[in-house]
Design a protein around this ligand. Structure first.
Ligand code: PLP
Ligand code: ZN
Length: 388
């Protein structure tokens, strides 16, 4: 018999039915989806659509009529020739910026918005550093859900434009990403708070990144998967997805996960390096990788668990290394925003330190399109030096 699906609190273990809207436990803890789905027929997916919904049994939606989809997922996995320190490693790039709204966040949004529709929610408040807001605005529009999206005033205009064109109400908050979250939460006593960092169905959608990577490698796990860590939903989703495939006997081991943070904002890395089980907030983050500038990640402890559980590592990269990766990828025809290049920017150092050994098969997830951050890219590569 199938185990009952429940939303379970990470702090007090309180359980809630999945049939009612809820974004956190009464104790204030965040929720995880327990028993998030049945196994899908991994070796018999042939006729299913080339979207994340080919794995629909594992995505927690009860009634398929509630699915809100725009063909997201099944992004290319392409080989990338390595040189220098990374020579001898078999590097593959997962081009996850090729989702409908230009970032991998669509994997989470399609599942989360489908669940909100299933819950009968008609209006939401969300806060975001930009890409989640753009993505949720798009899927809310497709679902006919009204959305107020709170963002830091400093976000890239490209992301703000997306939010506006999808008909959402854009609220720009001065100050830090944390100030934005606080403002959204304050406004959420009247409207449902659909934060992608809190609602567990967002990370459930990100399991599909793992399913796809495994399927594209003919159900053989790579040795390493390298991904940026901000709120951590991508890294947690990868771990949940690979764990599910491993427990179902589809793959024979879980790949080691490397989580990459910017050196200017690295709360999860700090906890990992100190051997702590708990992530403490950093004072104030600052990095060109705006999508991962999160000083106090809600699910930080789950990221640590995923890293340790996969025998992986956390590491940091400088803004200089991130820009270098934007350029290196660009010279090979791949156009990503700084945050989208973070995983690639860590490869060299991980190889130089021999964490990733010669012969290893490595997947780096590229998360956001360069078209998102035209202004920053122009400033960095085209504008004249600013000093007088
Ligand atoms: C949100 C975002 C990230 C960080 O992902 P988390 O799941 O929050 O850790 C990385 N890259 C891009 C482009 C993003 O928009
Ligand atoms: Zn609780």
């Amino acid at each position: 018999m199938e185990e009952e699906r429940l939303l379970v609190c990470a702090r007090c273990s309180g359980g809630y039915p999945t049939s009612e809207p809820r974004w956190r436990c009464v104790c204030g803890g965040y929720l995880r989806l327990k028993q998030d789905g049945a196994a899908f027929p991994a070796r018999d997916l042939g006729r299913r659509p080339a979207t994340v919904w080919r794995y629909r049994e594992a995505l927690g939606i009860e009634d398929e009529r509630n699915i809100v989809t725009m063909g997201e997922g099944f992004t290319p996995l392409v080989g990338f020739e390595t040189a220098g320190a990374a020579e001898g490693r078999r590097l593959l790039l997962k081009l996850d910026y090729l989702c409908p709204t230009g970032s991998y966040k669509d994997r989470g949004s399609t599942v989360m918005i489908s669940k909100l529709k299933e819950w009968g929610v008609t209006a939401i408040i969300e806060d975001s550093s930009g890409n989640a807001g753009a993505s949720l605005a798009a899927y809310a529009a497709a679902a006919g859900i009204r959305a107020d999206i709170y963002v830091p005033a400093s976000i890239s205009p490209g992301k703000a434009a997306q939010i506006v064109i999808h008909g959402a109400n854009l609220v720009q908050v001065p100050g830090s990403r944390e100030a934005t979250a606080a403002a959204a939460l304050k406004a959420a006593d009247k409207t449902f708070y659909a934060s992608h960092n809190w609602i567990p169905y967002f990370a459930v959608g990100l399991k599909t990144a793992a399913y796809e990577i495994a399927e594209q490698l003919d159900w053989e796990a790579p040795d390493w998967v390298v991904a940026p860590v901000g709120g951590g939903s991508l890294l947690i989703g990868l771990y949940l997805g690979f764990q599910h495939l491993w427990q179902s006997g589809v793959i024979s081991r879980i790949p080691r996960l490397a989580g990459v943070q910017a050196s200017g904002c690295a709360p999860v890395y700090n906890a990992w390096r100190a051997g702590r089980a708990e992530v403490l907030p950093v004072e104030k983050g600052d990095t060109v990788a705006e999508g991962i500038c999160i000083a106090n990640p809600v699910r930080g402890n789950d990221v640590l668990e995923a890293i340790r559980g996969s025998q992986g590592v956390m590491c940091t990269v400088t803004d200089e290394a991130i820009w270098q990766a934007v350029e290196t990828l660009g010279r090979r025809g791949i156009y990503v925003e700084p945050t989208g290049a973070v995983s690639a920017s860590a490869i060299d150092a991980l190889c130089r330190q021999d964490v990733i050994r010669p012969g290893a098969r490595v997947v780096a997830v590229l998360t956001g399109s360069g078209l998102k951050a035209t202004d920053k890219i122009v400033d960095h590569f085209l504008a004249a030096p600013a000093h007088a």
